[in-house]
Design a protein around this ligand. Structure first.
Ligand SMILES: NC(=O)c1ccc[n+]([C@@H]2O[C@H](COP(=O)([O-])OP(=O)(O)OC[C@H]3O[C@@H](n4cnc5c(N)ncnc54)[C@H](OP(=O)(O)O)[C@@H]3O)[C@@H](O)[C@H]2O)c1
Length: 429
């Protein structure tokens, strides 16, 4: 074993960083044996220097993260601050000063992954970020390395624990969205401002990262279609149940049937109860991968939390540490396929549409005509009537999102259609 320790700087010592520091200390001997060199915590950058941090030598703590990454003797910088700045500049500076980087920062990787990879490559350093998608679940490395010889066609994931907790509550208790969100907040599963989670921003960042790796193509955050789950109602769950489905907020990365383009999207969707993702309960995450040779794979586990996320960070630390000891680097960005990323209109899937209509003869025929005119074929129709009003639930065969959009627009113009109560995509069949 090499005796000169690998010097590691920790940028951020919050929920994740404090667990990284703890495990680095408590597992020091095992980490050294696995890497082939001891690991030394060389500095810890934080915002509030006076906060008591158990197990951290106060002499290592600094508020000057820039000076820390410029030291020039660091082997690995672990970035667990989060957000775009100063994380982005600190990572770039770390590469310039000779360090490799491990990050858990999905927002930054989704927005600037290409530039960060380029900077790592330019300086001959590693950039690893297993923790950025689905916390503890090994996903980036399996996609990047284990499946590097296969052809991934689809990645279907529950990659946000907060929204899965809320939807699971609505499903199992019949609660409405607000009630389920309040419970998630009280139990610490949702932040005081849950926008990033419930509006799908967090999942969209993860979808961009996953799609990029799965399809060897750059997928930017702006390429990801995003719809949150705040409009999902108890009535939607009742409808889903009648179809033998449940509702999940899914991140879906797909290769088009002709293989010539890809799409990435985040939205609530009905999935059959028989699909493995339907049984992912509470705040757990899971990602279902479909590939040519391997077939169907499912990755499941805790998608957040200090220790689970630190597990992924430390896995990267060991991998990057081994590379440093061996004088090499791991795989960088693979974007050679450079497939075009299609817009949402080109996505082809099934739809569940719930309409409020007048309860009188001929309405069903009128509605069916609109679907036919837009080339959207109907699979089933269910009608319930009361007091002159009725609800009509239409489930379609596979159709493009653009065709469905046109259909809905035309339906809204019919005198007999009082309103479109909900539109939900049906996935996983
Ligand atoms: N929490 C999770 O479950 C989870 C899961 C997966 C990925 N992640 C990712 O992990 C990263 C960290 O998340 P977290 O939950 O650990 O965040 P956090 O608890 O808010 O911790 C952030 C840390 O960064 C420090 N910090 C903030 N601004 C700084 C600055 N300008 N200079 C130096 N230090 C600064 C803070 O210092 P103070 O301690 O002084 O405030 C704190 O120690 C994020 O990218 C997040 O997306 C988190």
């Amino acid at each position: 074993m090499r005796t000169r320790p690998l010097k590691v700087a920790l940028l951020g010592c919050g929920v994740v960083g404090s667990e990284v520091a703890r495990i680095m200390t408590t597992h020091a001997d095992d980490l050294a044996a696995r890497i082939g060199a001891p690991v030394e915590l060389a500095g810890v950058a934080v915002r509030r220097p006076d906060k008591v941090r158990e197990g951290i030598d106060p002499a290592l703590v600094t508020t000057d993260a820039t000076a820390l990454v410029k030291r020039g003797d660091l082997d690995i910088v672990v970035e667990v601050i989060g957000g775009i700045e100063p994380a982005r500049t600190l990572i770039a500076t770390a590469f310039e000063h000779g360090a490799s980087v491990v990050s858990a920062n999905k927002a930054l990787l989704a927005q600037d992954g290409a530039a960060l990879h380029a900077a790592a490559g330019e300086h001959g350093k590693d950039l690893y970020y297993e923790a950025a998608v689905a916390g503890a679940i090994p996903l980036i490395r399996p996609l990047r390395e284990s499946l590097a010889g296969d052809k991934v066609n689809r990645v279907l994931g529950i990659v946000n624990g907060t929204t899965n907790f809320i939807l699971d509550k609505m499903d199992t208790t019949g609660a409405g969205y607000q009630e389920a969100l309040d419970e998630a907040t009280a139990l610490g599963y949702a932040e005081a401002d849950p926008t990033a989670d419930v509006e799908g921003f967090d999942a969209a960042a993860k979808a961009a990262i996953l799609a990029g790796i799965a399809f060897h193509t750059r997928v930017r955050l702006d390429d990801v279609y995003r719809e949150g789950m705040t409009e999902v109602t108890a009535a939607d769950f009742a409808s889903a149940k009648e179809m033998g489905c449940t509702i999940k907020l899914l991140a879906i990365c797909e290769r088009a049937e002709d293989g010539a383009s890809v799409t990435a999207r985040v939205h609530p969707a009905m999935i059959p109860l028989s699909h493995p993702l339907a049984s992912v309960r509470g705040a757990y995450n899971a990602v279902f991968v479909e590939s040519d040779a391997a077939g169907q794979l499912m990755f499941y586990g805790p998608g957040a939390g200090g220790a689970p996320t630190a597990s992924a960070v430390l896995g990267d630390l060991v991998a990057v540490g081994r590379n440093r000891v061996g004088g090499t680097t791991g795989p960088g960005e693979s974007a050679y396929a450079a497939l075009p990323v299609s817009s949402m209109g080109e996505v082809v899937t099934r739809y569940h549409i719930s309409l409020d209509v007048a309860d009188k003869p001929g309405v069903l025929a009128q509605v069916a005509t609109v679907f036919a005119e837009h080339g959207v074929s109907i699979d089933t129709v269910r009608q319930q009537g009361k007091d002159g009003e009725a609800s009509l639930v239409v489930v379609t065969h596979r159709a493009s999102d653009a065709a469905l959009g046109g259909t809905v627009e035309a339906l809204r113009k019919l005198d007999t259609v009082r309103g479109v109560a909900s539109i939900m995509r049906v996935e996983g069949e």
